[in-house]
Design a protein around this ligand. Structure first.
Ligand code: NDP
Ligand code: GDR
Length: 373
């Protein structure tokens, strides 16, 4: 299928960028992506989409760029003349944003402005539609549940404060310049491509490695935090739908179901055949093995496989997120196809497959990198 639309994706090398690029290519788009220069290759998530630029009719191209570099963004937008821009690029780790707050503000806040302003300077306000990757972190300190498009914001991290600027500057450009610019207020969404230091992937990787005998236990922070976890594959479809409407608008994208970090871990261990039980409180809480089924590696009942490390606690935490996606369901006819249980299964199965490779290497006397997060 081919159509004559061109999309530009910032953050194409990230989790959502990879799924969105694949989704748009399947719809026949010409897809351009912005990647950062790095001393190591950073395109692993999109390598399967690569097309040799020497061939005819190439539908996928990457450009070096950075959201902190306005002139570069202007040039790329001028060259590509996109019908749709998906601004997914961001310093997206909430805990890390406490360590690099100025960088987070520059990339996540001002980066959004740079995209919008480039469109205005290039006289593309009537052509180019913009999707801004806004976030449930805007809600922060709980004001009401479930959270809707009308729930007041109370950001609780430098990341969320930067994203608050991104949210409002998008609304402002829509109102001031009549642009088709929209916010998707997406709740947490995960997948086998999720970054390794977000809690779900950290858990599923550790579970796979523990089940395969490659790791003893995993250390986590706040086990009581509750998140509305969906599947990234479902959420990139919502991004696209948001840009296909008659009128620009902002939408909550969520499942409406919330789960604690503790329960996510319990489900992930169970998926790998390890039943666990939690005991103790606060920083002394641990999870022990009750029994195992269908795993080759011996794990003694009572063995501690999960413990709390307070260094993962955040200076200010977001305790409870649960989204109400009614507006998206009614207006976009969008609904999530995966439950949290489906998500856990998809992630654990993928990580078991990934680390089986390490196990084979080790059993043949080859060394593998020892992960320690
Ligand atoms: P990832 O962290 O997986 O990807 C972030 C992307 O942004 C990467 O491609 C990264 O490049 C790129 N990036 C980082 N800094 C810059 C910069 N200065 N200039 C240009 N690009 C940069 O995030 P996700 O895919 O999970 O999320 C996509 C977007 O959606 C982000 O904006 C995130 O804040 C937001 N969001 C995510 C949610 C989620 O649950 N996943 C929920 C709500 C919002 P590199 O690969 O080189 O690091
Ligand atoms: P979040 O995702 O902050 O919601 O931001 P993350 O997976 O990092 O944390 C979720 C919750 O788990 C708790 N937690 C831990 N988190 C991490 N990373 N590591 C741990 O060891 C750990 N232990 C407990 C956290 O305290 C938190 O409560 C994600 C990002 O994708 C943002 O970019 C996006 O905007 C939001 O989701 C919606």
């Amino acid at each position: 299928m081919e159509n004559n639309k061109t999309a530009l994706i910032t953050g194409i090398t990230g989790q959502d960028g990879a799924y969105l690029a694949e989704f748009l290519l399947n719809k026949g788009y010409m897809v351009h992506g912005i990647k950062r220069r790095s001393s190591l290759l950073n395109t692993e998530r999109v390598d399967h989409l690569y097309q040799d630029p020497h061939e005819q009719n190439v539908r996928f191209r990457m450009h070096y760029g950075d959201l902190t570099d306005a002139t570069n963004l202007i040039r790329i937008i001028q060259e590509t003349q996109p019908d749709e821009i998906y601004n997914l690029g961001a310093m997206s780790h909430v805990k890390v944003s406490f360590d690099i707050p100025e960088y987070a503000a520059n990339t996540d806040g001002l980066g959004t402005l740079r995209i919008l302003e480039a469109i205005r300077l290039l006289n593309l306000t009537h052509k180019t539609r913009v999707y801004q990757a806004s976030t449930s972190e805007l809600y922060g300190l709980v004001q009401e549940v479930p959270q809707t498009e009308g729930t007041p914001f109370y950001p609780r991290s430098p990341y969320a404060v930067a994203k608050l600027y991104g949210y409002w500057i998008t609304v402002n450009y829509r109102e001031a310049y009549n642009m088709y610019a929209c916010n998707g207020i997406l709740f947490n969404h995960e997948s086998p491509l999720r970054g390794e230091t977000f809690v779900t992937r950290k858990i599923t990787r550790a579970v796979a490695r523990i089940a395969l005998g490659l790791q003893d236990k995993v250390y986590l922070g706040n086990l009581d935090a509750k998140r509305d976890w969906g599947h990234a594959r479902d959420y990139v479809e919502a991004m696209w739908l948001i840009l296909q409407q008659q009128e620009p608008d902002d939408y909550v994208i969520a499942t409406g179901v919330t789960t604690t970090v503790r329960d996510f871990a319990r489900m992930a261990f169970a998926e790998a055949g390890i039943e666990i039980t939690f005991e103790g409180k606060g920083v002394n809480e641990v999870a022990r093995v009750v029994k195992t089924t269908n795993i080759d590696h011996f794990l003694a009942p009572g063995k501690v496989v999960l413990a709390v490390d307070p260094s993962y606690f955040r200076p200010t935490e977001v305790d409870l997120l649960i989204g109400d996606p009614s507006k998206a369901m009614t207006k976009l006819h969008w609904k999530p196809k995966h439950t949290v249980q489906d998500l856990v299964k998809d992630m654990v199965v993928a990580d078991l497959k990934l680390f089986e490779r390490d196990r084979i290497l080790m059993s043949n006397g080859l060394e593998v990198f020892k992960y320690d997060e």
